[in-house]
Design a protein around this ligand. Structure first.
Ligand SMILES: Cc1cc2nc3c(=O)[nH]c(=O)nc-3n(C[C@H](O)[C@H](O)[C@H](O)COP(=O)(O)O)c2cc1C
Length: 381
């Protein structure tokens, strides 16, 4: 199987599965507890149908949207994800270059493996910095200032990870940073020697957003313990309000789900929220963002930009979310599997495929611009 034969999410996932050692594949593919929320995320899109209009003169389709002051050529963006150089040696460099080639936004995680400054210098396309809130307030201020100095376009504070999710696939394989593999996990690495060779022949693994503050190099701290020991579970709305004031720019909360929280986000000056359950990786049994979308859009859609992520695998999933009122849709595993399968070329192929699907599906829906999509073209079963 080769990249040229990948035509959808499932093909990329399969190619990634063949190339990655099991513990790394399962880190990407897995989710919390029984993975109920993970499955519901994609299934939620099947509970409604698109209702097309015909004969509308659709030779030209404009897929662009503006979110949080950023003009994107596509209504999808690459949501921030951790540890990308473990999946492919080019990691964030490949994702940023592909996002830039398609005129869309990409996120850099606090647990990213390439520095936000390097990516900012390399690409003019809108860049999000995904922030985790630490117990050490001095560290938070330093990280905020660093992102400001780098001229990041959007600050995105993740609020659904106040403690780490229970990822049982990782417990089984022993996946952690630094690696603490179980015997079964070691065997999985041994049978994928190409990955190992590639890994040791490229730049040493590091977490440049945090390296100056946190020692992951020795056995001192694992990423799991980073969440429990260093992040601040006492974080409240007052802390976030202060952060919004200090940032003084586009500020987005990722992982808001309830209407009350969405209203609170608007009240403290956030310019965007992402409805998200972290790809099912945190609270299993929590609602899918698509199921919750209409309620939140109705409550705050006129006060801030509402986005969503989780389970998106097709252009039609994106059109359904936009029809309900999302301003744009985040992609996670949709671009991570292609990254693992083939680096920048993989991510570019995945973005090209979803762009082609969106263009085709917009025409079939009888819509020329994203603003022409509405609830009138959806029916729930
Ligand atoms: C391997 C992996 C790592 C992730 N790392 C982060 C992260 O560091 N910060 C964050 O806010 N979200 C992170 N996420 C969540 C994504 O940003 C996004 O919310 C989620 O992947 C969307 O679901 P999907 O993968 O079904 O599209 C991660 C997701 C995956 C799959």
């Amino acid at each position: 199987m080769r990249l040229a034969h990948c035509n959808n999410f499932h093909d990329f996932r399969e190619l990634a599965r063949r190339r990655l050692p099991g513990p790394i594949f399962n880190y990407i593919d897995g989710a919390a507890d029984d993975e109920v929320t993970y499955r519901r995320n994609t299934a939620s899109f099947d509970d409604c149908d698109l209702l097309p209009s015909v004969l509308r003169g659709v030779s030209d389709v404009d897929l662009s949207v503006t979110i949080m002051g950023q003009k994107l050529a596509l209504p999808v963006y690459c949501s921030p994800t951790a540890l990308q150089r473990l999946f492919h040696h080019d990691g964030e460099r490949a994702v940023a270059a592909a996002a830039s080639a398609f005129g869309t936004m990409f996120g850099v995680s606090s647990l990213g493996t390439v520095s936000l400054e390097e990516l900012r210098r390399a690409h003019a396309t809108p860049q999000v910095y995904q922030f985790y809130f630490h117990k050490d307030r001095g560290l938070n201020r330093a990280m905020l200032q660093r992102a400001k100095d780098a001229r990041v376009d959007v600050m995105m504070l993740t609020v659904d990870s106040i403690t780490g999710g229970n990822r049982e696939r990782d417990l089984r394989t022993g996946f952690s940073i630094p690696f603490r593999l179980t015997l079964a996990g070691i065997v999985q690495f041994a049978i994928k020697p190409a990955w190992g060779l590639n890994y040791v022949m490229h730049e040493r693994f590091s977490l440049p957003q945090l390296d100056a503050h946190v020692d992951f190099g020795s056995d001192a701290l694992s990423i799991g313990r980073y969440f429990t020991d260093m992040l601040d579970p006492s974080m409240t709305w007052d802390d976030v309000e202060e952060m919004v004031r200090d940032w003084d720019g586009q500020f987005c909360l990722k992982g808001v789900m309830s209407v009350d929280d969405a209203k609170r986000a608007a009240a403290i000056g956030c310019t965007g929220i992402v409805l998200s359950n972290h790809g099912g990786r945190q609270l299993d049994g929590s609602r899918a963002a698509f199921d919750q979308l209409a309620e939140v859009v109705d409550a705050v859609g006129d006060r801030l930009d509402v986005m969503m992520d989780g389970g998106v695998q097709r252009g039609t999933h994106v059109l359904k979310a936009l029809s309900l009122g999302a301003k744009a849709v985040g992609l996670g595993r949709y671009y991570l599997f292609p990254l693992a399968a083939a680096g920048q070329a993989g991510v570019e192929r995945a973005l090209a495929l979803i762009k082609a699907e969106l263009e085709r599906d917009m025409k079939l829906m009888g819509c020329r611009t994203i603003s022409e999509l509405s609830r009138a073209n959806l029916r729930f079963r």
